[in-house]
Write a protein that binds this ligand. Sequence first.
Ligand code: RIB
Ligand code: CA
Length: 318
Amino acid sequence: MKKLVLDLDVGIDDTLAVAYALASPEVELVGITTTYGNVTTEQSTANALAVCALLGAPDVPVYPGLPCASFAEDFTVQPVSAFIHGKNGVGEVDVPASDRAPQGQGAVDFIVEAVHRWGKDLIYVPTGPLTNLDAAIAQDPSIVDEVGAVVLMGGALTVPGNVAPWSEANISQDPDAADRVFRSGIPATMIGLDVTLQTLLTYRETALWRETGTEAGKRLADITDYYIKAYETTAPHLHGCGLHDPLACAVAVDPSLVECLPINMMVDVEGPTRGRTIGNPELLNDPNKTMEVAVRVDVPRFLDEFMGRITRLVSSCQ
Ligand code: RIB
Ligand code: CA
């Protein structure tokens, strides 16, 4: 069975990615590494522990990640992140804190160890900035050839960004780290805004989770409704919230949900377009493509899987 590690800035859609992973019998969630972005790394770690407990998986190990971007000395949550995810990252919903401590081992050491342990069976799914993965590659470059796959949520190739016309939120947090990861040769699939903004959720679907009557169902519905409400302000034309992070998780479980363009990618790190994800012109004619960018998604099939799996999961919880 494939082993999954999620790297999260938890985060409402990160929470939905955890739910999707736990609801997928095809994979084993062997660990969560945490990062900053929607919230601080510290809050993300607390949220990961709490969300796992809420969703009936109180034993998933959580490894605290780096606190800020590779070029920065500290990190402050942007007001727009607090608006979209709530100050606590889970839509201001009171998710009971877990009494479990995070692992003593940090995220970077765990990533290196996990790749050596599980090799091609390991799928690593970052849904925040790529700072932890970049640091792990710097610590042990051999993981690039050993890991099974990286399926990352971030970037935008054929559509505008969401924090600037050229830049998506996760990549823009640490463009330097993302550029190094993209150029490293690690086999990676980019699940960007090109596809994640086609997969939308509305109050109609979250009502089904609430109707299960379980604490998990009610709280997950309340958390997600906060996110849908924020989208009514930030992207009213969509008529729903973008299922960014759960789509990346779903593709890790079943790659046939998307169609991809094989391409060697880079990230602009200089000038006004810093944070733009784009093809690397120097490797345009290289027959060896190390990355794939998802450009089409089977929306009905993904939404069906998403709702079926997560509804079954919350029904089985307390
Ligand atoms: O741009 C969307 C991404 O930014 C998602 O991963 C969301 O959780 C935020 O981190
Ligand atoms: Ca995220």
